[in-house]
Design a protein around this ligand. Structure first.
Ligand SMILES: C[S@@+](CC[C@H](N)C(=O)[O-])C[C@H]1O[C@@H](n2cnc3c(N)ncnc32)[C@H](O)[C@@H]1O
Length: 297
């Protein structure tokens, strides 16, 4: 029976042969998951023997990677901003750059907003990655997590339950902000929002076939932003005016090339607002902020 060192080497080699980027790191992650061991133990127990069952499990994972199935779908979870989220092929796998969006949202919420009882919409919630982290870190906020994919909302519901934030996240099915529910007690229109966060599909349609094979296994509806990538974001801007408080903020993730188009939309729909652009971890312009009413100095 092979030992852990040999298994790690073989797994690394197989992944390299498949041209998987970061094959060494991925081999470690595969072995860690199959053996249910943290990284430091993998290196401390190099002589430990691998059972036939573990060998089979690794080989089954490699078969699926050969088909370019993303590792997160194979394992059924992805770590995002310090928590594990269930993911299935019905949802986009949350990206590291979106962690920066959570950070910006938290910074704005904690530093700039008038009240801790924030009302937030996470539009295009997918796995619930953004909404759940905001609920965890903003204990007085209420978050409406919206998606127009029912299968995605089922995944989000599971994650919301498993992170114990179901009392502060309302899952809403429908098109962008039109999915916001009316108030029941007392009856009235949907609540006005302090903050809209949205990582909506923003990849131009013609670019989709050129994306990595793993990305093409993700839901097209989570990626495809229409001809210029801005179709869904453009509609969000046209709906946002009716839903955002006079002091409200919109925080969007987009492609750096889309910043001028987002600026034009902000000027059209919120001519009085201040706008800002923030960068992601790779120092690319990735987040567009519309601050509707900075308030009095
Ligand atoms: C890029 S994914 C983002 C998922 C998640 N927020 C994240 O950051 O990992 C975009 C999500 O927007 C949803 N979506 C696309 N068009 C929508 C629409 N018109 N209304 C509501 N949700 C939409 C998709 O189903 C998908 O879950």
């Amino acid at each position: 029976m092979p030992n852990l060192r040999e298994t790690l080497q073989q797994t690394h080699h197989s992944l390299e042969t498949l041209n998987i980027p970061d094959a060494r790191l991925e081999a470690e992650v595969v072995v860690m998951n199959v053996l249910r061991m943290p990284r430091h133990e993998i290196f401390a127990q190099q002589e430990r023997e691998i059972t036939p069952q573990q060998e089979n499990d690794i080989s089954a994972i490699l078969d699926r990677r050969r088909q370019r199935e993303p590792l997160a779908y194979i394992f059924g979870y992805k770590e995002f901003y310090g928590i594990n989220l269930a993911v299935t092929p019905d949802v986009l796998i949350p990206r590291p750059e979106t962690e920066s969006m959570v950070e910006h949202a938290l910074f704005m919420a904690l530093m700039g907003m008038e009240t801790p009882q924030l009302v937030v919409a996470d539009v295009g919630t997918g796995s619930g990655a953004i909404a759940i982290n905001l609920a965890i870190h903003l204990p007085a906020a209420h978050i409406y997590a919206i998606d127009n994919s029912e299968p995605a909302l089922r995944v989000a519901a599971y994650n919301v339950q498993s992170h114990n934030v179901a009392d502060r996240i309302t899952l809403c099915y429908g098109d962008l902000l039109e999915a916001m529910p009316e108030m029941s007690d007392p009856p009235g229109p949907p609540p006005l929002l302090d903050l809209i966060v949205a990582n909506l599909p923003y990849i131009p349609s013609q670019r989709i076939p050129t994306l990595q094979p793993e990305v093409q296994k993700e839901p097209k509806a989570a990626l495809d932003g229409g001809e210029d990538g801005m179709e869904v974001i453009t509609r969000l801007f046209s709906q946002a005016g009716n839903h955002l408080k006079e002091t409200g903020v919109i925080l969007l993730e987009l492609d750096p090339e889309q910043v001028p188009a987002a600026q034009a939309l902000a000027e059209k729909h919120f001519p009085e607002a201040e706008t800002a652009v923030e960068q992601d971890l790779a120092h690319l312009d990735r987040f567009f902020i519309v601050n509707r009413g900075p308030g009095e100095e």
